[in-house]
Design a protein around this ligand. Structure first.
Ligand code: FAD
Length: 461
C-alpha cells in the first residue's frame, strides 16, 4: 500500500472493537467514497485481550445500570447481535447459562442487587432467577454456597474467531488493513496541500506515514498512552492486571453443568475472584485472577520487569499513586500476586465454592490476558467505558469486560455518531437490513441508527 494514500477514517487497533468499527464503517460506507484503514501493531489481528479472555457472552445483571450504563446496555444488546452474527458465519455460539453464587452472608444482598440490575438492564423474569442454597444444590450438587442466581441468557463464544471474521468482512467491504506496524506518533495539521480544513498524520515504527481526516483509537491497553500523545485524557492513567487461568484435568469434566461465578468481595476493585469456567469447546478452567503488572503486554515476568521503572515513574505523577497508598489495595494486590506464584493459592480460591478441586491435579496453565483499568485523578477506578471525541479523533478508553460481549453494539453506536456528526462523506445507513443482504456480501445485518438509539437509551429495546 502506498503510505501517502489518504483515508477518511483510520483505526488504531485490530481487537474486537477496532474490527467491529471497521466492519460497520465499511459496510455502511459501501455506497460512498469513504476510505477506511485499520492499523495493527502485531503481525496479525486479535492477538491480545480479544483472544485472551474467558469467552463469555455476559448477561447484563452484573452491571450497575447507572454507573456502568454503556457496558450494561452494550452487554444486553451484544448477546443477540453476537448470536445472529455467529449463526450467519457458522461460528460456535452456545447459550449455556451461568450460575453466580454467594459464599459469604453479604454476598446474598449483592445477589438481590444483581437481580434488580438484571431486570433494569432488560432481562426478563424467566431469564434470571434467585436460587436458595438447597435449590443450588439440586441444580449443581458439587457447588457449595449460601445461594445463587441462575441466568439462562448467558453464553460462550470464541471471540478470537469472531474478531477474525469481522475483519474478513470489513476487508471484503473495502477496508485496508496494515499489520506489523505500530503507531508511534500522531501529528495534527491544519489546512495543507490537500486543501482540506485539517488532517492527521499517523507515523508507524516502520517509517510509514498515513494521512487521515479522522482517527479512531481502539488500541486496548495502549489506548490511554495514545490519547495522552494527542493531549487527550491527561487526567487519567491506567493500571494493568494479568488474568491467569489453570486448565482443569479431565477428571473434573462432569463437575458442573454450567460456569460458576462468585460475588466479588471487593467490587470497587478489579479483583474479581476466579471463576469455574466451562468454555465453548468444553474445556474447563479456573481463573482469571488479577495480578498487577506494568504493561498491557506483560504476559511473562521478563517483559513485566522491563516496564517496571517507566510505570512507577508514570504512576508517581498521576492518580495511581493514591491507589498505591491504599492499604486495602496493597493487601488485595499481594493476595493476587500470591495466587500467581502459587498454584495451590489460586485453586484454593475456587475451592471455596467447589471443594472437590485438588491443586495437585492441575498441571497446565491456560492463556493469560491483561485488563487495563482506567484511574482518575482522585485515584479511583473508572467504572464505565469512556468515549472521548476531540478534534477529529475519537478515543475509546477503559474498554474492559464485558467489552467483547458489547463490541458490536458499541461499534454500531460509534459509527452512527460519525454519520450524525457528518464525519463520513455521504455515508448512508441501510434502510432495510436483512440477513439475506449479508449473505450476498452486501451489508451488515443491523440498522446502526436503531442499535445506537437502544444503546444510548433513547428507545426501548
Ligand atoms: C482475562 C480477561 C478476561 C475477559 N473475559 C471477558 C469475557 O468473558 N467476556 C467479555 O465480554 N469480555 C471479556 N474480557 C474483556 C474483553 O476481552 C475486552 O474488553 C476486549 O477484548 C477489548 O477489545 P479491544 O479491541 O478494545 O482491545 P484488544 O483486543 O486489546 O485490541 C487492541 C489492539 O490494538 C493494538 N495496538 C495497541 N497499540 C497499538 C499501536 N500503537 N499501533 C497499532 N496497534 C496497536 C493491539 O496490538 C491490539 O491488537 C476479558 C478480558 C480479559 C483480559
Amino acid at each position: 500500500m502506498n503510505s501517502e494514500d489518504r483515508f477518511d477514517v483510520a483505526i488504531i487497533g485490530g481487537g474486537i472493537l477496532g474490527t467491529s468499527i471497521a466492519y460497520f464503517l465499511c459496510s455502511s460506507a459501501a455506497q460512498s467514497s469513504n476510505n477506511i484503514l485499520l492499523i495493527e501493531q502485531e503481525e496479525d489481528i486479535s492477538l491480545h485481550s480479544s483472544s485472551r479472555n474467558t469467552g463469555k457472552v455476559h448477561a447484563p445483571f452484573l452491571y450497575d445500570p447507572v454507573k456502568k450504563k454503556l457496558f450494561a446496555k452494550a452487554a444486553f444488546l451484544g448477546f443477540n447481535m453476537l448470536k445472529e452474527y455467529c449463526s450467519l458465519k457458522s461460528l460456535p455460539f452456545k447459550q449455556d447459562g451461568v450460575l453466580e453464587v454467594a459464599t459469604y452472608d453479604k454476598g446474598i444482598d449483592r445477589l438481590h442487587k444483581y437481580l434488580e440490575w438484571g431486570y433494569s438492564n432488560g432481562l426478563q423474569k424467566n431469564e434470571i432467577q434467585f436460587l436458595e442454597k438447597d435449590e443450588v444444590h439440586d441444580f449443581e450438587p458439587n457447588v457449595k454456597c449460601l445461594g445463587g442466581i441462575y441466568c439462562s441468557k448467558d453464553g460462550s463464544v470464541d471471540y478470537g474467531a469472531v474478531t477474525r471474521e469481522l475483519m474478513e468482512d470489513a476487508r471484503r467491504f473495502g477496508c485496508k488493513l496494515v499489520t506489523g506496524s505500530k503507531v508511534v506518533s500522531i501529528v495534527r495539521r491544519n489546512r495543507d496541500k490537500y486543501n482540506d480544513d485539517s488532517h492527521i498524520s499517523v507515523y508507524t515504527n516502520n517509517g510509514e506515514k498515513f494521512v487521515t481526516k479522522y482517527l479512531i483509537n481502539t488500541a486496548g491497553g495502549n489506548a490511554v498512552d495514545i490519547a495522552h500523545g494527542m493531549g487527550v485524557a491527561c487526567e487519567y492513567t491506567d493500571l494493568h492486571f494479568r488474568g491467569e487461568y489453570w486448565q482443569a484435568p479431565s477428571e473434573y469434566h462432569n463437575l458442573t453443568k454450567v460456569s460458576i461465578y462468585t460475588v466479588p468481595k471487593y467490587p470497587e476493585y478489579p479483583f474479581l475472584d476466579p471463576h469455574w469456567i466451562v468454555r465453548i469447546d468444553g474445556r474447563q478452567e479456573v481463573g482469571p485472577n488479577a495480578v498487577p503488572v506494568f504493561s498491557p503486554y506483560a504476559y511473562n515476568w521478563s517483559t513485566n520487569i522491563k516496564y517496571l521503572i517507566p510505570k512507577i515513574f508514570e504512576s508517581s505523577r498521576t492518580g495511581a499513586r493514591k491507589i498505591f497508598l491504599s492499604r486495602q489495595f496493597l493487601l488485595l494486590a499481594s493476595s493476587e500476586l500470591k495466587s500467581s506464584l502459587s498454584k495451590t493459592a489460586m485453586i484454593n480460591r475456587a475451592r471455596e465454592f467447589l471443594p472437590q478441586l485438588r491443586p495437585s491435579s492441575f498441571t497446565q496453565r491456560g492463556t493469560a490476558g491483561i485488563r487495563s483499568s482506567l484511574i482518575d485523578s482522585n485515584g479511583k477506578f473508572v467504572e464505565d467505558t469512556l468515549i472521548i471525541k476531540n478534534e477529529n479523533a475519537l478515543h475509546v478508553l477503559n474498554y474492559n469486560s464485558p467489552g467483547a460481549t458489547g463490541a458490536l453494539p458499541m461499534a454500531a453506536m460509534i459509527v452512527n455518531e460519525l454519520v450524525e456528526d457528518g464525519i463520513l462523506l455521504s455515508a448512508s445507513t441501510p434502510n432495510s437490513s436483512t440477513i439475506n443482504n449479508m449473505k450476498n456480501n452486501k451489508k451488515h445485518i443491523w440498522d446502526i441508527a436503531v442499535v445506537s438509539d437502544q444503546l444510548r437509551g433513547s428507545s426501548s429495546s
